[in-house]
Design a protein around this ligand. Structure first.
Ligand code: HH2
Length: 399
């Protein structure tokens, strides 16, 4: 006898098939083998009471604050638990209930479906990435004088293109080029200066590398010029918030977007960042930005979300995000993670920026096993190996 771990309906079906279960029964049994716990924050008292009653009635559970029993609070967080089957029945029952429970049921159902049917494709221009089969790497190319780990190296366009080519040969799937450092405390540059640095490199890059080029900018003016020149993706570290024109610019050009969460401006973001609920805040922010992207005409298949490691987060926050990364899957978009050589690795291991390769490798392996589809890295060759090895285990990629 042994305990096995099943996380998805597909895994449950596979195990059922393996023991030779009746194919007709497999469809019915699989949702009974996946247990889910949903965290609902700030549920009004009346809704919470009814939710608990209905959850218990289907054999599930809805844990609430103890003060709910004597009705002395207005709201409570809820841990709603049950098998997928129980939660589906619960949602059907809640559809007819008051206090906002019908709406909640629809959201629970949607979240459960997104976990069972993760996004299958990411498109940018004519490039198409089949998600789930392997992990895709973004090679970082900083054409800045002051980036924290490679500042000043690629200001010469020839050197920059050569570096990009080397990254592609080593296994980069996308080149992410940035012309303004966003490290904590970095001084912002004007759109003119950013484009002056970017233009000569991008002009060559889009012609000379076979993979799509992503541009790391939060300025719509720079994004518009970059997209017109042939960049396929805009990597916006402000999650479309810094420039009100950004979403429209990308939507109009038919571009793709990486929506990253950050808290506070780069100059001050590391001054004592704090959260009431870290993952809830990140997910609400990303969800709102996704809505802005969709409203501006950006295709749902051209959106990537990113929790923004190191952007308004303490070391503990960054570690918690990696530990809980799979929670982002509830949003239903491919996930990107950028941990490469970052200071939380340096602080954890007490190592300078040039000695963070192994620390980066550990974070990448964990991120992939927690559901990351894209990883942004400096050391492409080493991290390609880390990703391939992790993929072989996690995704059972054929070797
Ligand atoms: N991190 C950095 C910059 N851009 N974009 C996304 N989507 N996610 C990240 O985690 C992320 C990012 C910071 O790293 P780097 O570009 O190496 O340094 P700098 O900001 O100094 O250019």
């Amino acid at each position: 006898m042994r305990v096995i771990t099943l996380q998805t309906r597909a895994q449950a079906k596979e195990e059922l098939t393996r023991i030779g279960a009746d194919p007709a029964g497999i469809e019915l049994m699989a949702p009974k083998m996946i247990h889910r716990v949903l965290k609902l924050e700030g549920v009004p008292l009346k809704a919470a009471l009814l939710l608990k009653q209905e959850a218990l009635a289907v054999g599930g559970e809805a844990a609430v604050r103890q003060e709910v029993a004597n009705l002395s609070v207005e709201k409570t967080d809820v841990l709603l638990a049950g098998t997928v089957r129980q939660l589906e029945i619960l949602c059907d029952k809640l559809r007819w209930q008051p206090f906002g429970l019908a709406d909640l049921a629809a959201r629970i159902k949607e979240a459960l479906q997104k976990l069972d049917r993760p996004p299958s494709v990411f498109r940018c221009g004519w490039h198409q990435f089949s998600l789930g089969e392997r992990t895709f790497l973004l090679g970082i190319l900083n054409v800045t004088p002051d980036s924290f780990s490679d500042g000043g190296k690629y200001l010469d366009p020839e050197k920059a293109v050569a570096a990009a080519r080397t990254m592609v040969a080593a296994g980069a799937d996308i080149i992410d080029i940035g012309a303004e450092s966003t490290r904590p405390g970095a001084v912002p540059v004007s759109a003119e200066e950013e484009w002056r640095r970017l233009e000569p490199v991008l002009r060559h890059l889009v012609k000379e590398v076979v993979v799509p080029v992503s541009v790391d900018t939060y300025k719509a003016e720079v994004a518009a010029k970059a997209l017109a020149m042939g960049a396929r993706i805009i990597n916006d570290i402000s999650g479309l918030r810094a420039d009100p024109e950004m979403a429209k610019v990308i939507g109009r050009a038919g571009g793709a977007v990486i929506i990253m969460h950050r808290k506070g401006e780069p100059a001050v973001m590391q001054e004592n960042p704090s959260y009431t609920s870290l993952m809830d805040e990140i997910m609400t922010y990303l969800e709102e930005s996704v809505q802005m992207a969709l409203a501006a005409g950006i295709s749902a298949e051209s959106i990537i979300i990113d929790p923004g490691i190191g952007f308004g987060k303490t070391v503990e926050h960054n570690l918690e995000i990696l530990r809980r990364l799979s929670e982002l899957r509830t949003l239903g978009y491919p996930i990107l993670v950028g941990t490469s050589r970052k200071s939380f690795i340096g602080k954890t291991l007490n190592l300078p920026v040039e000695d963070r390769l192994e620390g980066t490798a550990a974070t990448i392996s964990i991120a992939i096993s927690q559901g990351a589809d894209f990883i942004r890295v400096h050391d492409v060759q080493a991290m390609r190996r880390v990703a391939d090895m992790t993929d072989a285990i996690v995704r059972r990629k054929k070797v």
